[in-house]
Each structure stands twice: as C-alpha cells, then as structure tokens.
Design a protein around this ligand. Structure first.
Ligand code: IPE
Ligand code: IPE
Ligand code: MG
Length: 240
C-alpha cells in the first residue's frame, strides 16, 4: 500500500507497518510546567526540546512526513504574555535550529494562517522553508492553524475563482495540498479530542491518545503508539 513504508533494516523489530504521515497534537506543556511550580512558558521551552529530540526518532523509524500542532487559531485567546512567549520561542527555533533540520535533511513547512504571525516570524518562516525546500522528509508545523479556518480559507478560494469543488480540487486548496493524509494522529496530555486539528485530512486517520504530557513524551511512548498503529485494521469503508 502506497501510504506505508517499512522500517529500516537496522531496526531490532521485524519490518512492520509504520505511518507514512504521523501527526501529533503536542499537548500538556502548561501542565508540565505548573506541576513544577514554573511559568507555562517553561513548559513550552521543554516541549520544543522534546520535539527536537523526537525528530531523530521519527527519522530512524522511516516516517516520511510529520505534522505537529504547535499553536491553534484558538490559542490566540490565551493571556498576551503566554502568546508572546510562544512567538519568541518560534522565532528562536527558526533562527537557531535550522542546522538540525539541514543535518537531518528535513524540509520545514508551516501550515496555518501565516498572515496572523508577526511579520518578523513570517520572514523567518519563508527563509527556513527556502533553505530546506530540497529535502524529501517533511516536518509540517501547524501555527495559527485551525481545521475549520483551513476549510473556510479553501472554500473562499474556490468561491473567489467561481468554482464548484470536488474532493480532489478541494484538497488542492488546502495549506499543504501535496502532503498525503495523516495515517496516525497521536495526542499527548490525556485529553481525547481533536481540538480543531486536521479536520479534513484525518477523515481516515487512526488515533492514539497518550497520557504523558508532551515534554515527557519518550521514544518508548512513540514505539507503543507505532505498535498499536501496526495492529490496526484500516478498512477505510471496505471490508477486511
Ligand atoms: C500545548 O500545551 C501547546 C500549545 C497549545 C501552545 P498546552 O499549552 O495546551 O498545555 P496544557 O494543555 O495547558 O497543559
Ligand atoms: C490543542 O491544544 C492545540 C495545540 C496543541 C496547539 P489546546 O490545549 O489548545 O486544546 P484544548 O483547549 O485542550 O482543547
Ligand atoms: Mg492544552
């Protein structure tokens, strides 16, 4: 099946199905910090470190596309201090961690209403996307992303062209139209909801809900989710 790739031969396990596209709702940073008596921004920094570590785990397992939900259209309503600390963090990551993407041959793409972002960050995003554009493996970071906003933006683009849509032409109006649908969506932090993530794209995704708060997400948690995924029977409306 086209949407699966095999684990590299170096893996200890026998080859098994891994998702071609893994999407993660990075939740629990705030609670992680609060539990330690620290400001929520401390949790976001810890969460960023976990993501950087996890990029290597994803690559080792042969996962081709990874999408992470970093900031939703609804997250703008958080206290201005928290929003500002998150924007500073994105800016720092974009300026100082590009080498990690280049070293791991990862193409960075931002999905969301990028016009909502401060102009300086928009510029840094465009630069990072340009520098990493030649790589095949992709990291899609959803920032100022909402599944409803994405659908509305696509509908409005179709209306502006005076077009009726089909599933295929609608797909082409999404933020990252050429990326295949996610096979597996993991949400950390214990909540069992989508919170407006990839509403269109995850129509036939498998879900794993993990209690670990995102900064504590481990290689073991990833492998547990991948084993669970490998055991699922994805019928997609057909029969086994
Ligand atoms: C997820 O962690 C990251 C963002 C939404 C920016 P949270 O900040 O939602 O952490 P909790 O869920 O409050 O613990
Ligand atoms: C979802 O987490 C959004 C991101 C992880 C970026 P939230 O913490 O914002 O979602 P709710 O409020 O628990 O639904
Ligand atoms: Mg949360």
């Amino acid at each position: 099946m086209g949407d699966f790739v095999n684990l590299p031969a170096s893996s200890a396990d026998a080859p098994r199905r891994v998702p071609g596209h893994l999407a993660i709702i990075l939740d629990g940073n705030g609670r992680w910090a609060t539990k330690r008596g620290k400001p929520r921004s401390f949790g976001h920094i810890a969460g960023a470190r976990t993501l950087i570590r996890a990029l290597g785990w994803f690559a080792e397992r042969g996962i081709q596309h990874v999408t992470v939900y970093a900031f939703s259209t609804e997250n703008w309503k958080r206290p201005a201090r928290e929003v500002a600390s998150l924007m500073r963090l994105f800016s720092t990551l974009l300026r100082h961690n590009l080498d990690i993407l280049v070293k791991n041959k990862i193409r960075l793409r931002i999905s969301g209403r990028r016009g909502d972002l401060p102009p300086k960050i928009q510029k840094a995003v465009a630069e990072a996307e340009r520098i990493t554009a030649g790589f095949d493996r992709q990291l899609i970071v959803c920032v100022s992303y909402g599944g409803r906003a994405e659908i509305i933006d696509a509908v409005n683009a179709a209306v502006a062209r005076g077009e009726k849509v089909t599933e295929e032409s609608f797909q082409n109006l999404l933020y990252v139209p050429d990326v295949p649908d996610p096979d597996l969506v993991i949400r950390t932090g214990g909540e069992k909801r989508t919170s407006n993530f990839l509403l269109w794209e995850s129509a036939y995704a498998e879900y794993c809900f993990i209690d670990a708060l995102w900064p504590d997400f481990s290689e073991r948690d990833l492998d547990d989710a991948l084993s669970d995924y490998a055991s699922r029977n994805r019928r997609k409306g057909g029969i086994a």
